[in-house]
Design a protein around this ligand. Structure first.
Ligand code: BMA
Length: 339
């Protein structure tokens, strides 16, 4: 087994279940999935694609909640064990930097991270069509919305958890105004979270591994390791019956993350459990968050299942790294820097 180490904090209270003795795959599901089921709050029929972080002596989350009218907003929640969540009934009310109300018309698929003592949230918002929304909080009480980083259309904004080469770095997927039958992962840099540039392409869809042949998008915040940035990302195939969302993994260069070092040819999790194949949108496994423990290499990935519930899957950095080494399928061009 080749070794790999997570660079970051220890998280001894990470939710965890050991790999089942009969499991062959590098990732295994939480046995009591989904951890957040249907109708979890008074105002949200479905909570799914969401962000979680360690916070205080427990955990905090920013959740995508589709309200009974379906229009999604973001909701705040807390947990002692990152499995059982207490989610507020009322959605997050955003203010601008002057403290004036600045509410997105809709908000979905949040990613949440801590960077230099500030919690950032990036989501898909309405900016004359789907675009990236960006906000921050230090206490999960006041949520300040910043200027939209990009013009429409764009989804799946994912910030790196530290500056690289002095700049903030963001993955995203330019899209269209609808359900987007295309999509590659791009990267951009900013000195101040306001002005963005140095755009590069990171990864393209694959013509060979069909699970990721229609579109791909970054998932949880990339995990720093001594071998590179570990990225979980979703991949989509268009079938006779519509899109199927799975997720896999790649390893990006630590100093130049537009370079792909390894990319798995197969999905790690693909819809097969009832809660993944049946729901509001069937056949969707959509990861938006991961918790990891540097001391042990344990990783818990949070994913939305069938746009209806939240599920968790477990792995370790070592499992994924060795699987990537054995199942590496760099798509033509991925290994170079696309300028
Ligand atoms: C994408 C996003 C996700 C959703 C997925 C499957 O375009 O809207 O929120 O999980 O479609 O419906």
């Amino acid at each position: 087994m080749a070794s790999i180490n997570i660079i970051g904090s220890n998280l001894p209270n990470i939710p965890w279940q050991e790999k089942p003795a009969n499991a062959h795959e590098p990732m295994w599901r939480h046995a009591q999935n989904p951890i957040i089921g249907w109708n979890p709050t008074k105002t949200s029929g479905r909570i799914f694609n969401s962000g979680v972080v360690p916070y205080g002596d427990g955990f905090a989350g920013v959740f995508r909640g589709d309200r009974t009218c379906i229009f999604p907003q973001l909701f705040f929640g807390t947990s002692k064990d990152a499995i059982h969540w207490d989610i507020e009934d009322d959605y997050i009310k955003w203010v601008d930097e002057d403290g004036e109300p600045y509410q997105p018309r809709y908000a979905y698929d949040p990613r949440l991270l801590e960077l230099d003592g500030v919690y950032y949230i990036i989501w898909c918002t309405d900016f004359s069509g789907p675009a990236l929304g960006l906000g921050r909080t230090t206490d999960f009480k006041t949520f300040t919305r910043l200027d939209n980083p990009f013009f429409p259309f764009n989804r799946n904004g994912v910030l790196f958890p530290r500056k690289i080469g002095g700049n903030y770095v963001l993955l995203s997927r330019p899209s269209d105004n609808g359900h987007t039958p295309f999509g590659d992962i791009f990267i951009s840099e900013s000195p101040d979270l306001v002005y963005w540039g140095k755009h590069r392409k990171v990864m393209s869809v694959s013509g060979n591994s069909w699970w990721q042949s229609t579109k791909i998008g970054a998932g949880p915040i990339p995990i720093e390791t001594d071998k590179g940035w570990l990225l979980f990302y979703h991949g989509v195939v268009n079938t006779c019956n519509g899109f199927v969302y799975s997720f896999g993994a790649a390893l990006l260069d630590i100093d130049t993350p537009s370079k792909v070092l390894l990319r798995g040819d197969a999905p790690l999790i693909s819809p097969q459990m009832d809660y993944e194949t049946t729901g509001f949108v069937p056949n969707v496994c959509f990861p938006c968050a991961a918790l990891c423990d540097a001391a042990t290499g344990k990783i818990a990935v949070y994913y939305g299942a069938a746009d209806s519930t939240i599920a968790v899957a477990y792995t370790t950095a070592g499992e994924i790294y060795n699987w990537l080494l054995e199942n590496n399928e760099l798509v033509e061009g991925d290994a170079k820097e696309w300028k």
